[in-house]
Design a protein around this ligand. Structure first.
Ligand SMILES: Nc1ncnc2c1ncn2[C@@H]1O[C@H](COP(=O)(O)OS(=O)(=O)O)[C@@H](OP(=O)(O)O)[C@H]1O
Ligand SMILES: Nc1ncnc2c1ncn2[C@@H]1O[C@H](COP(=O)(O)OP(=O)(O)O)[C@@H](O)[C@H]1O
Length: 140
């Protein structure tokens, strides 16, 4: 539940270093690549491979992997529909921060519900959110 609406002392603080400054420093624009698919469909493999390719081309990226995040940020969440929704919401917000920092953020989560992925997409302008679905699950 948001506390911002009820509070009179929570304000947004602008920082003198802007997103444009960060983009110039890194010589790239931040964005989010969201990889969705069933367990075992190859999300983590694709995310790491993309990260490696970008790194070799001098682009700064970071992988947010569902498995890894459930060791820390999302360790209190399970696999009920509500918990999965909260999982995706948190990762969407973190991905937005990474993109704002100027990184190419690669999020790799099952993210089974279209409404949750759409909510993440809505956090960013369309051209900054690229969704890639892995629809085949045959490796395991
Ligand atoms: N129902 C259930 N029970 C036990 N474990 C499960 C379940 N669903 C997922 N997993 C495991 O959790 C890993 C991360 O899932 P995600 O956070 O990507 O799921 S979700 O986006 O919230 O739906 C997920 O990682 P991947 O296999 O890499 O997809 C699984 O290892
Ligand atoms: N393109 C591919 N071809 C063959 N095997 C793959 C491919 N991508 C991933 N795998 C294998 O499939 C298994 C599941 O991949 P993983 O990336 O962990 O999936 P997910 O993150 O969706 O659970 C791993 O053993 C991985 O080595």
């Amino acid at each position: 539940m948001s506390t911002v609406g009820n509070s009179t002392n929570i304000f947004w603080h602008e920082c003198p270093v802007t997103k444009l400054d960060r983009q110039k420093l890194l010589n790239q624009q931040g964005c989010v690549v969201w990889i969705t698919g069933l367990s075992g469909s190859g999300k983590s493999t694709l995310a790491c491979s993309l990260g490696r390719q970008l790194h070799s081309r001098g682009k700064l990226s970071y992988v947010l992997d569902g498995d890894n995040l459930r060791h820390g940020l999302n360790k209190n969440l399970g696999f009920t529909p509500e918990d999965r929704t909260e999982n995706i919401r948190r990762v969407g917000e973190v991905a937005k921060l990474f993109a704002d920092a100027g990184l190419i953020c690669i999020a790799s989560l099952i993210s089974p519900y279209r409404k949750d992925r759409d909510a993440c997409r809505a956090l960013l302008p369309d051209e900054k959110f690229i969704e890639a679905g892995l629809y085949i699950c045959c490796f395991n």
